[in-house]
Design a protein around this ligand. Structure first.
Ligand SMILES: Cc1cc2nc3c(=O)[nH]c(=O)nc-3n(C[C@H](O)[C@H](O)[C@H](O)COP(=O)(O)O)c2cc1C
Length: 209
């Protein structure tokens, strides 16, 4: 399976070259992210794509991750702060439109999804939304590797600063995880050409026949 070669090729790059990723490749990665699975299909997050050098520098601030400023593009995954009835209604309307069925025929779907979220606290729903962003992050990592674009997933960033500089709170969002995209600086990245460290498959997998 070629995908395994892609996954063996990729690693979390520490040092990027100054080469930029062309917008067509970025677009393909964004399309892949948008095809990610999400619970109930709600896609409870938005994505911010940043190539502006000044903004990347401001976002890096005191973070130990130089990749925030040095990469070609920075993707910020931002989860919904709350799940509202309007969010569920929007999903039902879109489903009706895409599948060419009436909204009324999706009443059962609406009630089951909305009552699920209403039965929980905003905090629980916020946490649920955050988990969905990590599925999108995984898709992005795989898509980038397939295109031989380097990527680094990062939690080492100042989320409060990101939220402020990107005006996320006003949009009902908060940053959860980020991904830099670019090309490895092979000569200066201490992790380039090192072996991948993974536990044996037998330790990871428990098969119950
Ligand atoms: C959610 C998440 C957060 C991470 N945060 C950072 C980070 O802040 N800085 C960094 O250099 N690498 C970060 N990493 C990269 C991991 O250290 C790396 O994926 C792991 O060591 C496995 O190595 P590989 O991805 O190179 O195969 C993160 C990875 C994930 C999945």
């Amino acid at each position: 399976m070629e995908l395994l070669q892609d996954l063996n090729w990729r690693y979390a790059v520490k040092k990027y070259s100054t080469e930029k990723v062309d917008e067509q490749k970025i677009e393909l990665i964004l399309n892949a992210i948008n095809l990610s699975a999400s619970s109930c299909g709600l896609q409870p997050y938005r994505l911010f794509v940043i190539s502006n050098e000044e903004l990347k520098l401001k976002l890096k601030a005191d973070s130990f991750n130089g990749q925030i400023a040095e990469s070609s593009h920075l993707l910020v995954f931002a989860a919904y702060n709350k799940i509202t009835t309007q969010n569920v209604q929007d999903l039902v309307s879109l489903t009706a439109e895409v599948k060419n069925v009436s909204i009324e025929s999706l009443d059962g779907l609406f009630v089951s999804i909305d009552s699920f979220f209403r039965s929980r606290t905003d905090e629980q729903n916020r946490h649920w939304a955050e988990k969905q962003t990590y599925i999108a992050l995984g898709t992005a990592l795989v898509a980038a590797a397939n295109l031989r674009v380097d990527a680094t997933p990062m939690e080492g960033f100042d989320a409060e600063l990101f939220d402020k500089l990107l005006g996320l709170d006003e949009k009902g969002l908060h940053s959860t995880v980020i991904l830099s995209l670019g090309y490895r600086d092979e000569a200066n990245d201490y992790l380039a050409n090192t072996k991948k460290v993974r536990i044996p498959l037998e330790e990871m997998v428990h098969t119950l026949n």
